[in-house]
Structures are given as structure tokens and as C-alpha cells.
Design a protein around this ligand. Structure first.
Ligand SMILES: NC(=O)c1ccc[n+]([C@@H]2O[C@H](COP(=O)([O-])OP(=O)(O)OC[C@H]3O[C@@H](n4cnc5c(N)ncnc54)[C@H](O)[C@@H]3O)[C@@H](O)[C@H]2O)c1
Length: 392
């Protein structure tokens, strides 16, 4: 029996989209890759060989005019996001766009107007809402009274001087993921904001009406040999720690256990579940350490993870590597795959998507703008959303 498939057109098929959304669309049962548009012909040649779309083009307008395409996936850099979303919605398509949705409040407003005048749904690629670890966190904390205190570290030390994002407002680009995560976990918007540091490295404080706090340390400091993201949650007699969306420690919920979440695409699932976070952490670092191409591409210094002699890793990494010669690097499960498959499912069965919506995309941009205002004024600012009132 043939399953219904959403016909998908990609606009922009660069490094992120080719490593994630194109793979998901190719390997999922609910999508068919109808077309890929990219201005780079070499990119089109490479992606054709790998993903076998029905056609490729350097003119994205061809996708918007194609009546067979149901869903447009936008993976260009952020400067084209708002414009392409509006054109795709006006062409009657459903749209999945990478973050950030908009570069400022004016763009966000224009996108929301396009959402209002069209029937197609818009999803923004805030995939952490679909990360299995964070979904479990959200489920657990519902039973705990607020105030809730969160501490989040998100450091991307691979952003170097040659990188497009170097010296740009980190909080609007990579940081926007965590602004959206805070909004989604709290189910409320902050009322006061403070940001210190520089454009690149920030300490962010978000205060909520009920006394809850969300602290975010984000930027480009740290070491690639260390895991990139860490979340801590505290409420009265309750605490949760999540390292890199893989290792979850749960305290204060009787009957609940600590948990481990397999990496993206279940790479080394059995071993991660058997040996735990130490295995994941050492192996991830070691694989990057040995991947000369990756190190050269990102220009990152790497080091061996050195464990105390009294605490040897539960495996011999050289032996392990000999047995698994195909091992490259791997990543935690940040929900990329699930968020896209879910959106395509909703398109096919007519249900309401749980993805971050246009309003969520607008809100994360306006929080980022207010934080940049706080940074510039060097003071705490009051936050009122023009796009959404505070959830009750
Ligand atoms: N959700 C996540 O975890 C995550 C991670 C990394 C990047 N991203 C997002 O993915 C997006 C792309 O980032 P990237 O690093 O892959 O960028 P990239 O530069 O590698 O890819 C962008 C592609 O868009 C193409 N393009 C540019 N203008 C175009 C046009 N007019 N028509 C068609 N194609 C066009 C470029 O040729 C390029 O291939 C960004 O928005 C970024 O924020 C998301």
C-alpha cells in the first residue's frame, strides 16, 4: 500500500540542510523530495547525486509556481528567511524555515501578516522542542510548582574569525534556539531582561512574573572537546540536569529514574545506553580529534579527553575504532528529524503542528532585540510582547 507523501521543495541546500533536513526527507516515509533550488550549481550537482530530487534549479520561483509542491523548506541564511517565507505562504505552500525567522521586529510583523492572509502553516526550525530529553523535561516539571530556575550553557567554540557568524549578534542566531526553548518550557514570556557581555559572548537573565528565572550563558567560548549544551533546572525539592541532551539526572520525583537518550540517528545507540554519558563524551571528542578534515574545516584545536587513571573508560577506544572503521563524528538528538517529520504529518492529516509557529518565531526575535537593547544601554529592560500577551 502506498503511503501518502508530502511533496517537498528545498530552497537553499547548504551545509546544514544537506546534513539534516534533506537526509530526513529522503529517508522518511511521509516526504518526497520534489525539487531543490540553490544558486550554487556545484551544490545542486552534489545534492542531486545524493538525494535524487525530481528536478533541481537555480531559480527558487520555479518551486513556488510548481502546483505539485506542498511544503517549502527554507535553508538559506537568515537574511532571506522573512522574504522567502512570505513569498512561499502567498504561493499557497506550507513552510518550514530555519531559524531565526526574522532579523528584526519589522520583518517579524510582515511574516505574521502573511500567516494571517494565508492558509498554509509556518514552522520555525526551533528543533529543541522535539529533542527527546527536553520533551521529557517538560513533561516532568509540569507537576512541580513554580518558581522554576533554569541555568543554560550554550557555547559554540567552532565559530572562528573566518565564519559568517563571527562578530554578529550571537543571541539572534544560535542563541535564539534557547530563547525559544525558555518560552516553550515556561509557557510564559519574560517580563524583565538583562544581557551583559559583548555581541559574541553573553550572560542573559530572563525574569518571569511568577519569580521564575532563566539564565543563559551563550557564545563562542569553551572547548570543542567539551559538550556544547547543558541545562539545569531547580524548583522546591526538585532538580534536573541534562548534559548535551544525552544524559538526564532526575532528583525529587519519587519513582523516576535518571535517563540516557541515544544520539541523533541512533548512532552507537547500544553502546551509549550501555556505557553512559562518559562513553558518549569521550568517543565524540575522540572522533573529532581524529577527523583531520573536520578540524581543518572548522579550524578548531582539539585534545584527547584524559580520564583519571583510577577511572578508565569502559572500553578500549583504539580497539573500538578498529571494529567501527566507518565511525565519523556524531551529535546529540536535538529533535531535527522529529520536528520535520511531525510537520509533514500534520500537512498530510490536517492536524495542528506542535512546531514553533510564526508567532513563536516573532517572539524569539523580539526577545533577542530587547536583549540587544539591554546590552547597548547596559541596563535591565522591561519586556512587553507586541506579538503575544503573557500566557495565563
Ligand atoms: N536548527 C539548527 O540546529 C541549525 C544548525 C545550523 C544551521 N541552521 C540554520 O540553517 C540555515 C543555513 O545555514 P548553513 O550554515 O547551512 O548555510 P549555508 O551557507 O551552508 O547554506 C545556505 C545555502 O543557501 C543557498 N542560497 C543562498 N541564496 C539563495 C537563493 N536566493 N536561492 C536558493 N539558494 C540560495 C546557498 O547557495 C547555500 O547553499 C541558517 O538559517 C542557519 O541558522 C540551523
Amino acid at each position: 500500500m502506498n503511503m501518502k507523501q508530502a511533496k517537498v521543495g528545498f530552497i537553499g541546500a547548504g551545509s546544514f540542510v544537506s546534513g539534516y533536513h534533506l537526509l530526513t526527507a529522503r529517508d522518511s516515509r511521509n516526504m518526497h523530495i520534489q525539487a531543490i533550488a540553490d544558486i550554487n550549481e556545484e551544490t545542486l550537482r552534489v545534492q542531486t547525486a545524493k538525494f535524487h530530487p525530481t528536478y533541481v534549479t537555480t531559480d527558487y520561483q520555479r518551486l513556488l509556481k510548481d502546483p505539485d509542491i506542498d511544503l517549502i523548506i527554507i535553508g538559506t541564511k537568515h537574511d532571506l528567511h522573512a522574504k522567502l517565507i512570505i513569498e512561499a505562504l502567498d504561493a499557497g505552500k506550507w513552510v518550514f524555515c530555519e531559524k531565526p525567522m526574522a532579523q528584526d521586529d519589522a520583518e517579524a510583523r510582515a511574516v505574521l501578516e502573511a500567516c494571517r492572509r494565508n492558509r498554509g502553516r509556518l514552522a520555525i526550525g526551533f528543533n529543541r522542542r522535539f529533542s527527546p530529553a527536553y520533551r521529557e523535561l517538560k513533561r516532568l516539571i509540569q507537576s512541580t510548582p513554580k518558581p522554576w530556575f533554569f541555568y543554560y550553557r550554550q557555547m559554540c567554540p567552532y565559530i572562528n574569525k573566518a565564519d559568517f557568524y563571527y562578530n554578529q549578534a550571537h543571541i539572534l542566531y544560535e542563541g535564539s534556539h534557547i530563547l525559544d526553548l525558555a518560552h516553550w518550557l515556561m509557557d510564559a514570556l519574560p517580563v524583565r531582561l538583562n544581557m551583559t557581555g559583548s555581541l559574541e559572548n553573553n550572560c542573559v537573565q530572563m525574569e518571569f512574573e511568577d519569580g521564575s528565572q532563566f539564565m543563559l550563558l551563550c557564545g563562542t567560548l569553551g572547548s570543542y572537546s567539551y559538550w556544547k549544551e547543558q541545562l539545569e533546572f531547580c524548583a522546591e525539592n526538585h532538580a534536573i540536569n541534562i548534559a548535551d541532551m544525552v544524559d538526564m539526572r532526575v532528583r525529587g520525583w519519587p519513582g523516576e529514574f535518571d535517563r540516557l537518550f541515544p544520539p541523533y540517528l541512533n548512532e552507537k545507540k547500544e553502546e551509549v545506553l550501555k556505557y553512559g554519558f562518559d562513553f558518549y563524551d569521550c568517543l565524540r571528542s575522540e572522533l573529532v580529534y581524529r577527523n583531520k578534515e573536520f578540524i581543518q574545516k572548522w579550524n578548531i584545536p582539539m585534545e584527547h579527553v584524559r580520564r583519571p587513571a583510577t577511572l578508565p573508560p569502559p572500553y578500549d577506544i583504539d580497539e573500538y575504532r578498529k571494529e567501527n572503521p566507518e565511525l565519523q563524528i556524531f551529535f546529540p538528538d536535538k529533535g531535527w528529524r522529529q520536528s520535520l517529520i511531525h510537520f509533514a504529518d500534520c500537512l498530510l492529516n490536517g492536524s495542528e503542528p506542535e512546531n514553533a509557529s510564526g508567532v513563536d518565531g516573532a517572539v524569539s526575535t523580539e526577545i533577542a532585540m530587547a536583549l540587544l537593547d539591554s546590552l547597548q544601554k547596559r541596563q535591565r529592560v522591561i519586556f512587553h510582547s507586541q506579538f503575544l500577551t503573557i500566557a495565563p
